[in-house]
Design a protein around this ligand. Sequence first.
Ligand SMILES: Cc1ncc(COP(=O)(O)O)c(C=O)c1O
Length: 514
Amino acid sequence: MSETVDTTSSRPSDLGLSRAEIDTLSSQVTKLVTEYFAEVSDLPVFPQTSDGSTIAHLDSRLPLAGEPLEKLLAECREIINGIRHNGHPRQFGYVASPATPAGAFADLIASALNVNVTAWRSAPAATELERTVVGWLGSMIGYGEGAHGLLTSGGSMANLIAMLIAHRTKAKDDTARKGLWNCGPPMTIYASDQVHMSIQKAADILGIGRDQVRTIESDDSFHLNVRALRDQVREDLRTGLKPFCVVASAGTVNTGAVDPLNEIADLTAEFDLWFHIDGAYGVPATLDEQKRSLFAGLSRARIGPLDAHKWLYVPIDAGCLLFHDQAAAREAFASDEADYIKVLERPDTDEAFAFWDYGIELSRRFRALKIWLTFRYYGLTRIAAAISEDNSLAAYLERCIEKADDFELLAPVELSICCFRYRPKESKASLASASVVERARIEKDLDALNTRLMLAVQRGGQAYLSNATLRGRFALRACITNFRTTQADIDKTLDIIREAARRDTKRTNSCSEI
Ligand SMILES: Cc1ncc(COP(=O)(O)O)c(C=O)c1O
């Protein structure tokens, strides 16, 4: 008797859920997310919490049996209450943008599909979408129609991949096989002292070494000083080192300074160096007409990262590495060491395309969908307007600081980052007439005061600023990459800092009376 297969019944261990269960799960989760988007501006930017207190509110035992959805969603609310809200209009710390609702829901679709974007053969539509989106990002910033690249977890990963491609291209020996053994003199990278730390980290991971990243002192406006760069390259050549790459920043993480890209491109051409531009934060500002001229020379870089999860408001992780020269990238990564990455399609067809030939990751999320949906839903014109408004708000903050007699600007505002400090009127007067020793003491006191103010503002939960050290001074740093922020939020933030300063003075006075 032949065995009949019952195709309607599911396995006892099926985790797929019934249609009714999925309906409940999706409507409850959507409700939670929708409420979050409606409430985010009214939540404390940073929670009143201390280490371990969120987890103390959750059931943290290893869950052996499933639990009711209501209980789990209640715990999700505890988790929401325990995070810093990057979507809050007064969240100005680091480079942390809100996610658009369209991007967030796109991520849900990507997770449901759970497609692994390794190669066309495993993910045809997702691969085509990623290559399309990368092309959009390239043409958006004037990188030319034929831009190639891949999406990454973020700017650090894009910088790492880029440094590997640069190194492999410029190293004479087959370092991919032999490693750096007996490969001649150290190969050196050049960047300003404002460069993002992921470049040094990449040099470390690749075995080039952090010391081989020659950081050039930036000029008064925190740009790479091209004359000093030239001197350093010449000096290193004279002493037998092997300069191979210059990293320019198109929007430094500290102050948002855009290095003089054309001048640097000329220098790299003169010395036959690889030209890399880190635009992870700043490059989307090319969409702001008022800022576009700052980026002249951008397309002369061989390669560069741009994070859609920063200033294009796409949910994390959405980094992108763009390059002109696909062959150099492929040369750096392609290998045929394993059967499972052998592509049996004709090599000259799109069906043979594989992302593992251009980067580090094998398993990769469907990152393109959230960029694709964000761009299609809002249109680039609307996104560009949000970026321009962020820049205008940073300029407004700069004007407020300049007008105030209790604040001081510590760096020019070039894009959407403003670095400043609180400086009580009395210290302004005493600095003007102070001796060198007194000046050093006043500066030290101002650093300590601004550190306390930043921590007080962060913990107060009404606004969030981070910090930068600029020419040895502690700066309060506001990075505006947030489509919810308004002028009223800027005004309120300055009031919040002033209030923190008043409390600080009160506390200090009462301590000195004891
Ligand atoms: C200029 C620059 N490069 C690289 C990075 C690193 O990006 P990610 O945090 O996505 O790794 C940042 C992060 O802020 C940045 O501002």
